[in-house]
Design a protein around this ligand. Structure first.
Ligand SMILES: [Ca+2]
Length: 383
């Protein structure tokens, strides 16, 4: 019993969020100094103004609007607009994951500039996309990497350079930045040969968001904000406060668009040729996503399609398959090919959770040569 408590404590200690305020003025609620920020909805910051916590360059505007996630203030990054803040890593073996709100900077634009988010050795481009949320803003995440205690982490947000006419361009607005830390130590999870099979370790959810966090394609397990899983296409990281989550506090919802979407990982400690059981929960996130879900599952060299009829009110069904490991780290992936949308034209899809890989019990995992030797010895003993 004591071991269970120790294990649970360890899991909480290592995998769960040790969220704290790393950033100063993370929601831009402290107005710029030396500027008349209350005079209009968009105030251009000039050389004489300072934005508490941040340094800025290029065209940066301080935004005041009730339409924002925190019904207050944000910044718009115009042409060559850039803001940055350096914060200090606290604690050892932690990974720093940023979640932020992205708001389109206007309507009827001829083009929209993207937003580049960078850490000391990582960078990704984000853009607001139609049909991915019910509200007029979206949460995205970026993994800033793992840093040792006391190391400075420079976070940079800048508008992406574009070629078209800058006068009819909509420039991105950013708000409510949140840094979450997750342990880099691999958590051994009750015999499951997959790490983070319940998707509990991932980006933080913004306090005012009911829409989860959108995750774009990240080919590397290391760089992904969804720990130990790479992302294909787009998935929505969903929380149990606002969605139906089969187990724990988080799961993923696969959003297939013009291209398939999904997640992929690899097992640990499997041995080539041995047989394993993969189980998972397939369901719907209770977000009015009605349709016929088809999810392609790959485990090692075995592939199989699984289907679910969703009425969009929150469901979960356990499925499984048996596969032989083709190598020590067998690939496991979940891919959705069918486009599903809610009545409000928001992309939605199958929810996946509780992904578990166990060795297949009994003699199947024992090498046949040993079995033969055992029976030969037994035969000799009887004689
Ligand atoms: Ca979960």
């Amino acid at each position: 019993m004591a071991m269970w408590f120790q294990l649970i404590f360890l899991l909480l200690l290592v995998s769960n969020c040790a969220s704290s305020d790393f950033l100063e003025n993370s929601g831009f609620e402290s107005p710029p100094l030396n500027s008349n920020a209350s005079s209009s909805a968009f105030v251009l910051l000039d050389q004489n103004s300072t934005l508490p916590g941040w340094t800025f360059q290029g065209t940066v505007k301080y935004v005041t609007s009730l339409e924002l996630p925190d019904s207050g203030h944000a910044v718009q990054l115009g042409e060559d607009g850039k803001i940055n803040q350096t914060f200090i890593a606290k604690g050892e073996d932690l990974n720093y994951i940023l979640t932020f709100a992205l708001i389109p900077g206007g309507q009827n634009c001829s083009s929209s500039a993207g937003l580049t988010v960078s850490g000391p050795d990582s960078s990704a481009v984000f853009s607001y996309r139609q049909n991915y949320s019910k509200v007029p803003w979206q949460s995205y995440s970026h993994n800033l990497g793992s840093w040792g205690n006391g190391e400075p982490i420079n976070l940079v947000l800048e508008s992406q350079t574009i070629d078209s006419d800058t006068n009819s361009t909509c420039w991105p607005i950013v708000d409510t930045l949140l840094i979450k830390t997750v342990g880099t130590t691999v958590v051994q999870d009750n015999g499951n040969l997959l790490n983070n099979g319940g998707f509990e370790s991932g980006p933080g959810f913004l306090p005012n968001s009911t829409e989860g966090v959108l995750m774009d394609a990240v080919p590397s397990l290391i760089q992904s904000a969804l720990r130990q899983w790479s992302v294909i296409g787009t998935v929505r990281y969903i929380d149990s406060e606002h969605f139906h989550v089969p187990e724990g506090k988080a799961a993923i919802e696969i959003l297939a668009g013009t291209t398939p979407s999904g997640v992929q990982t690899a097992t640990r400690d499997t041995s080539e040729g041995s047989r394993y059981n993969l189980t998972f929960t397939l369901g719907d996130a209770n977000d009015a996503c009605i349709g016929h879900f088809v999810v392609g599952v790959q485990a090692g060299s075995t592939t199989q399609n699984f289907t679910l009829e969703s009425n969009g009110t929150g469901s979960g069904e356990k499925f499984g398959l048996v596969f032989a490991a083709d190598k020590d780290a067998a690939q496991i992936s979940f891919t959705s090919y069918s486009v599903t949308m809610t009545k409000e034209d928001v992309l939605c899809g199958p929810a996946i959770d509780e992904v578990i890989v166990h060795p297949l019990g009994g003699a199947a995992s024992v090498k046949p040569t040993w079995l033969l030797l055992f029976f030969a010895l037994l035969y000799l003993a009887v004689l």
